[in-house]
Design a protein around this ligand. Structure first.
Ligand SMILES: Cc1cc2nc3c(=O)[nH]c(=O)nc-3n(C[C@H](O)[C@H](O)[C@H](O)COP(=O)(O)OP(=O)(O)OC[C@H]3O[C@@H](n4cnc5c(N)ncnc54)[C@H](O)[C@@H]3O)c2cc1C
Length: 461
């Protein structure tokens, strides 16, 4: 009899696991309480990147003059933008649903919870159904963290999910949180013309990232008039409306910081991380252990109950859609016993990631600071894009490529890219890191001319 594999959550982790497991012969039931595609399609990656792409197009028009064209001032059509976001989401959801159907995955709409280690109850408007499983994947994702000191109203005090697009475009906005999501939202709103203040709890945006990379972004923010409030932690966010103010349509949001500084703006958005969707799942009935709400997993994504797996944001590893999908794929292989034949373990240290700001930022593998921290000898080469003809042709020569390699063997260990198309270009370094390629493999690849990738070859020299 085929393995009965029940998956809870239809985001990148769940739907990828479902597709691969079904392809490998499992009898797969995928339970989703909202829409297939998950928060990634509905609330996070796709709508945020769609908004950023439109904002980027506006930013691009500011560079037209240097390209021999007249300066343009585009107007935002909020209805058209909303329609564009919705149509992209719908198209992707339909594509994923079609793929799952074509592999024979049974999709059940409803909310799931464990009744025991091999039993999952699904509640939907149509009633309650019990599923019996040989293996279960928990892939229920995460949601934005909302602290006690803030009550988002979806109108002026926002969480990221209220922003695609917001009901009223902000004249000014305070972004609380300077991690990846925070800086992307700074870029997004400032591209749309808002006056932006960023509350940065440390002395650097993107804490934990290469300081050289963060510095390029900070410079760009300052050049665009973004106010950086460094070393400040928000402690309260309130909407203040005087009667007189409300009548004349003037509302303000006041963000108070622990060092006494106060920021006033028309809107504020919280970007201070997420919490796992594991409450109400009945994990205790299945005997599954958690740590601060995240299911603890081993390298095969198995929980302490060996036939119950966890993948994606609620597994507490890297909160990236790409990582969630790869975990899902690895879980499918493990459930179907493929790991005994041919299986490459997932190495989270080799995950590429990108930040969709202007300029774009991407990195993969070993970071310079981490190597220094453990006294590891490395070779670092850095080449500015301004040395490539394509950057001059593009009228955009900001940023650089940095490649980190082993001085003894030449094996590529990591790298970072700041600049146009960084998220695409990092793939070359990511492949080199995953496949243990050497710098000479990049140097000797016959790349395109003129192209930004020439900076990669130069950095690998
Ligand atoms: C603003 C923002 C932008 C982002 N941009 C990027 C990006 O550009 N690139 C990138 O790689 N990552 C990005 N991420 C991260 C990415 O969105 C997540 O890492 C990814 O969605 C995780 O996938 P998942 O499968 O774990 O969960 P999700 O995508 O959250 O899917 C989980 C699904 O489980 C369902 N579910 C939950 N509980 C139950 C239940 N009890 N029963 C049934 N169904 C249930 C939910 O409805 C949901 O559909 C971004 C995150 C944010 C916040």
């Amino acid at each position: 009899m085929a393995t009965r594999f029940v998956i809870i959550g239809g985001g990148p982790a769940g739907n990828t696991a479902a597709t691969y497991a079904a392809r490998l012969g499992a009898q797969v039931t995928l339970v989703e309480r909202d829409v297939i595609g998950g928060a990634a399609h509905l609330w996070d990656c796709i709508p945020s990147k769609t908004m950023i792409a439109t904002g980027g197009a506006i930013a691009f028009t500011r560079r037209l003059e240097g390209m021999g064209l007249e300066q343009q001032q585009p107007e935002v059509d909020v209805d058209a933008l909303t329609e564009r976001i919705e149509s992209i989401k719908t198209r992707l959801q339909h594509g994923t649903t079609r793929l799952l159907s074509s592999q024979g995955v049974e999709m059940v709409h409803g909310s799931a919870r464990f009744l025991g280690p091999n039993e999952v109850e699904v509640t939907s408007p149509d009633g309650v159904r019990i599923l019996h499983a040989d293996a279960v994947l928990i892939a229920t994702g995460s949601r934005p963290r909302i602290p006690e000191w803030c009550r988002p109203d979806g109108d002026r005090i926002l969480i990221t999910r209220d922003c695609y697009p917001p009901k009223v475009f902000p004249e000014s906005i305070t972004v609380v949180g300077s991690g990846v999501t925070g800086v992307e939202f700074v870029h997004m709103f400032s591209s749309f013309g808002a006056k932006v203040t960023l509350v940065v709890s440390r002395q650097q945006v993107l804490p934990g990232k290469d300081p050289e990379v963060a510095a390029v972004l900070e410079d760009d923010f300052l050049r665009r008039g973004v106010r950086l409030l460094k070393g400040a932690r928000a402690t309260a966010i309130e909407r203040v409306t005087s009667e007189e103010g409300a009548e004349s349509g003037v509302d303000e949001v006041v963000v108070r910081c622990d060092d006494g500084r106060v920021v006033r703006s028309s809107h504020a958005v919280l970007a201070i991380g997420s919490v796992p969707n594991t409450d109400g799942l009945g994990l205790e009935l299945a005997g599954v252990e958690t740590d601060r709400g995240y299911v603890t997993i081993n390298r095969h994504c198995q929980s302490n109950v060996v036939h119950i797996y966890a993948a994606g944001d609620m597994s507490g590893k890297l909160p990236l859609s790409s990582v969630a999908s790869m975990q899902g794929r690895k879980v499918a292989e493990h459930v179907m016993g493929l790991h005994k034949v041919a299986h490459r373990h997932l190495d989270y240290d080799k995950a590429a990631s990108a930040i969709f700001t202007e300029p774009e930022i991407a990195d993969v593998g070993l970071a310079e600071a981490d190597a220094f921290a453990v006294g590891r000898k490395i070779r670092v080469t850095k080449v500015p894009f301004s040395s490539t003809p394509k950057a001059l042709i593009n009228n955009d020569w900001r940023g650089f490529v940095k490649i980190i390699s082993d001085p003894a063997t030449g094996v590529v260990l990591g790298g970072s890219i700041v600049g146009r198309h960084a998220a695409e270009l990092i793939s070359v370094i990511a492949l080199a890191v995953t496949a243990n390629l050497k710098v000479t493999d990049i140097v000797e690849s016959l790349l395109v001319h003129p192209a930004l990738s020439e900076a990669l070859a130069e950095a690998a020299e």
